[in-house]
Ligand binder design. Structure first.
Ligand code: SF4
Ligand code: SF4
Ligand code: SF4
Ligand code: FES
Length: 946
């Protein structure tokens, strides 16, 4: 059980290394130079009264409650804004200070509704605490004068309320929005008595620029800004530290509870990925865990046209085991397989692949990372030797240049985006390479130095053109390359990129941006100090995804930007545990730690631990499983926590494959789209209902802790274990910590990882072993993991997906802040207030040509299929490019995406589809049928329609 109220030292720690001695209330203490008197006192256990200070924000000095006396100095300075000095003698409590503080409190309280007993913050209000701390007994000014006590509440935000009658105008909210979140949505409007907090230009929170991160709510010392859940449920009584189950930033949270009810999620100050910050999803969008759509009983049916039948766990598990064994007896050992989930824990993922390799006896295991970051694994392991990003998030604080390509962090990775914005406000330069004008191109106090709005599918061309400039203008870091990289591979690469056909001038037309802009980017990246690359699915989800990852690695090596803080090549991972699911051996050719199944020593290690032979041949990838199903050789699949019928490309191919199978087993929270093709539904558990670990984008392994009993009766790893036992392959883990112990025994990069260490240290970044017992924040510091870094030739090969007269526009896809992936979780929360449907962004020029106006229904057609959605006319996209999200199943965006995929990993080319857009009357027949089928499936299952 954790604390509800964590210590607040009032101001941030000083980073100085020289120490000074001070005497506070007669006690001597040595603290780093630059520490505030307030913090030095707090570290000694002396709480100086305060209201406008909190240790997540810069000191402000407005409330005048924290006054102290300093020997030899006149007056009573504020302790939050006054740094210690050597030999300083401070008194924090004297009769004069007490009188001054009481006077300040009297002014605050005279303009405050005295409804403490019925106030939502009762028990968690700093104003109340300070009234007690200063011994306030009377308010000489009375309560009758002009005041703000009748100010109206703003209830517009779905998750928190704003009650200006309780505001003490301390600016903590305004500063949190600026300093921590970087959105600048709040100001203090008016003057003097009229000063007030204002979202935007006196708008409501909902209609302002606010992105609902909640930093202001967390910072507010009163009930002015407060979670509606706290108002409704009362103050929490215990807390449990756990990890967000949404994106790959991996924010640590305190789940603040009353019994088994979550009252609120508060980002944990000691979380090393998020340092006490969060976004709207992690902080507020956890209601799906108790949503009425949750399926909590196993269900069976013989045919997918039959109604579902609720059964006991024993019957469901026995049925799956007997079906899988029947299929194997009839069609061969390789006729079944499974898919692990990047939303489940490391331990659960490890167990599913173990079940498949040891229990099924084949390597037919794959993961949803196949469709997002598999090229990252391939590209970075080829060039650097490890399938993971090189840095920790803190590294961005030392970056001088940030090259952001194919990623939209303010929507996809919001907490990291806030860190990035902070560094940019401090003066780092930003380069954005993206077909779309993402928010970071221009956002309050941040303007990109260059934005290259490249044509979708030209990543490799632009990256090779950048390399051309770096080599031909001799911007190469020869010392780094000479000492750290394979000389022959570098020489070949340098010769290749220097070819005229790879120059910006030769490629500018293909890329769609001026050559001089490409040259400018190369010069900034190579010559601007520490340069860090951050990228996302806009790099990987292409037919040349792996080539583009290698092109990024080439740039970093050529300029010496690897192996120290502030630099590196950093994939921003989509799902919470996509790094972990890859690490755990979810790919058909690799065991945990990215070791090939064909390597005899590796196989023997697992064979002796698991007591069963392992097939030396790699198994089937997801698309190959579906191909084999259509061919009649693959008949059964166990899908844990993935909705391939919505998230994977070319849905017609997916549904044809699933329909051809004899036993489809889906384990999930909700009856998802894939469950329409399932014969068995095994209800899954949420992150709040299980123990385990997730690994975030910086390789940080963090605990997930159970705060409530699973509604379905079991944690997901227990269900896999029951299935293994029913199949005759014994598993007997009592707790996920035992699974982690096995992972550590079998995986060289994890040998130092165990739950006891995670409890003690909070988190560790792999590799964590005898060479790095506390983990590895920055990779490749002394040398590359593969020995010498290897340059790869990155020949630009245009995708076969070409525009032409029938399909003249290029469609690219992405996500939006309030929704997450296929939306199964966020669509079941109040986040729908911000995004109820996927829209098609289209440039005004393209819209006008087609007679399309804002909000019109349009048909989006490709050679793969067609769907309809509403248009959003915007110049965020360039002429010739259209863009949509895929958070809603009704959109059927993946009906139009094609079956092209990355040459190395089969990662689908989601980011490039040639399309035509034309006016339409509404949803297509297929969308109506699809929606009807979904409604019918839900009706049969007895759950509410969406
Ligand atoms: S919720 Fe976040 S974005 Fe909105 S006003 Fe508060 S700090 Fe700013
Ligand atoms: S809303 Fe809260 S944090 Fe903001 S100024 Fe008012 S009391 Fe301070
Ligand atoms: S940034 Fe990602 S991990 Fe952090 S709270 Fe938001 S969704 Fe969760
Ligand atoms: S806490 Fe120091 S002036 Fe407010």
């Amino acid at each position: 059980m954790g604390l509800i109220h964590e210590p607040d030292y009032g101001t941030k720690p000083s980073a100085a290394t020289d120490m000074v001695s001070v005497v506070i209330d007669g006690q001597e203490r040595r603290v780093p130079a630059g520490t505030s008197i307030m913090r030095a006192a707090a570290e000694m256990g002396t709480q100086i009264p305060k209201l406008c200070a909190t240790d997540s924000l810069d000191a402000f000095g407005s409330c005048r409650l924290c006054l102290v006396e300093i020997e030899g100095r006149p007056g009573t300075p504020a302790s939050c804004t006054t740094p210690v000095a050597a030999g300083m003698v401070v008194r924090t409590q004297t009769p004069q200070l007490a009188k001054l503080r009481r006077g300040v409190m009297e002014l605050y309280i005279s303009d405050h509704p005295l409804d403490c007993l019925t106030c939502g913050a009762n028990g968690d209000c700093e104003l109340q605490d300070m009234a007690g701390a200063v011994g306030l007994r009377d308010v000489r000014y009375g309560y009758e004068g002009i005041n703000h006590c009748d100010a109206d509440k703003d209830l517009s935000n779905p998750y928190f309320q704003f009650d200006p009658s309780k505001c003490i105008v301390c600016s903590r909210c305004v500063r949190a929005c600026e300093e921590v979140q970087g959105t600048f949505a709040l100001t203090i409007g008016g003057r003097g008595f009229g000063s007030h907090v204002s979202p935007g230009m006196d708008e409501s929170f909902f209609s302002s620029e606010c992105v609902s991160c909640g930093a202001c709510v967390q910072a507010c010392p009163t009930a002015t800004l407060i979670e509606k859940s706290v108002v409704e449920l009362g103050q929490p009584e215990h807390s449990v530290v756990t990890t967000c189950a949404y994106c790959g930033v991996g924010c640590a949270f305190k789940a603040e509870m009353r019994g088994e009810t979550v009252v609120r999620m508060v980002p944990w100050k000691d979380g090393l990925a998020n340092h006490g910050h969060s976004c709207v999803k992690g902080r507020f969008a956890w209601g799906y865990a108790t949503h009425r759509d949750r399926i909590t009983k196993p269900m069976l049916r013989d045919k997918i046209s039959d109604p579902w039948r609720e059964v006991s766990w024993d019957e469901a598990i026995a049925h799956v085991a007997s079906e899988f064994r029947r299929i194997q007896a009839s069609y061969g050992k390789g006729a079944i397989g499974g898919i692990t989930s990047s939303r489940c824990t490391n331990e659960e993922t490890f167990l599913v692949q173990k079940l498949i390799r040891a229990g099924f006896g084949n390597n037919n295991v794959d993961t949803c990372a196949r469709v997002c970051h598999s090229p990252t694994g391939y590209g970075l392991s080829q060039t650097f030797g490890t399938s993971a990003g090189t840095q920790d998030f803190d590294s961005v604080e030392q970056a001088d240049v940030i090259l952001l390509i194919g990623a939209n962090p303010t929507d996809g990775h919001p907490v990291f985006a806030s860190r990035m914005k902070k560094r940019l406000r401090e003066g780092a330069k930003l380069i954005v390479i993206d077909p779309r004008r993402i928010d970071l191109v221009r956002t309050p106090h941040v303007t990109a130095s260059v934005h290259l709005p490249i044509r979708p599918s030209t990543n490799v061309a632009v990256l090779t053109a950048l390399a051309h400039v770096i080599v031909t203008e001799d911007l190469v870091n020869h010392r780094f390359v000479g000492e750290r990289c394979e000389p022959d591979a570098f020489a070949l690469w340098a010769e290749f990129v220097a070819l005229d056909r790879n120059s910006p001038e030769a490629l500018a037309e293909t890329i769609g941006v001026p050559a001089e802009d490409i040259r400018a980017v190369a010069r900034i990246y190579a010559g601007g100090g520490n340069a860090a690359i951050y990228y996302g699915l806009g790099i990987t989800e292409h037919s040349q995804g792996s080539t583009a990852v290698m092109a990024l690695a080439n740039l970093a090596m050529a300029t010496g930007n690897v192996g120290r803080p502030g630099v590196g090549v950093n994939p921003l991972r989509g799902q919470n545990n996509v790094q972990g699911s890859c690490d755990m051996g979810s790919f058909p050719h690799e065991l945990s730690g990215y070791r090939h199944v064909s390597t005899p020593e590796v196989r023997h290690l697992f064979e002796s631990a698991w007591g069963t032979p392992i097939d030396p041949e790699p198994g089937l990838r997801i698309p190959n499983m579906l191909d084999a199903a259509i061919d009649g050789t693959f008949k059964g699949i166990y899908i844990q926590g993935e909705d391939i019928a919505q998230s994977d490309p070319d849905i017609r191919h997916i549904t044809a494959g699933l329909s051809a199978m004899e036993c489809v087993v889906v384990q999930d929270l909700f009856l998802n789209e894939t469950a329409q093709f399932a014969h068995v539904f095994l209800p899954g558990s949420t992150f709040l209902e299980k123990n385990g670990t997730f690994t975030n984008a910086e390789r940080r392994i963090q605990r997930v802790r159970k705060v409530m009993a699973p509604k379905n009766g079991y944690e997901d790893w227990q269900i896999t274990q029951m299935l293994a036992n029913a199949l005759g392959y014994p598993m007997d883990y009592a707790h996920p910590s035992e699974i982690m112990d096995e992972i550590a025994r079998l995986t060289p990069t994890f040998t130092g990882v165990n739950y006891e260490k995670l409890e003690r240290e909070g988190s560790v970044q792999w590799p964590c072993n005898e060479n790095a017992p506390h983990g590895t924040p920055i990779m490749h510091e002394a040398g590359f993991v593969r020995g010498q870094g290897r340059f790869f030739i990155t020949e630009y090969v245009p995708t076969d997906e070409k525009v032409g007269p029938r399909f003249p526009l290029l469609l690219t896809t992405g996500r939006i802040l309030s929704q997450y992936n296929v939306g199964a979780q966020t669509r079941r929360t109040d986040n729908t207030a911000w995004h109820q449907e996927d829209l098609l962004e289209i440039h005004p020029h393209d819209a006008e040509q087609r007679g399309i106006a804002e909000g019109h229904w349009v048909k989006l057609a490709s050679r793969a299929g067609e769907t309809s959605l509403r248009a959003k006319v915007t110049d965020r996209v360039a002429p010739g490019v259209v863009y949509t999200t895929f958070h809603h199943p009704m959109t059927m965006a993946n009906v139009v995406t094609t079956d092209y995929s990355d040459w190395a990993t089969n990662c689908p080319e989601y980011k490039v589809t040639a399309v035509q857009v034309s006016p339409s009357n509404g949803p297509t027949d297929a969308q109506r049928d699809y929606a009807a089928l979904g409604r019918e499936t839900r009706r049969i299952a007895g759950v509410a329609a969406e």
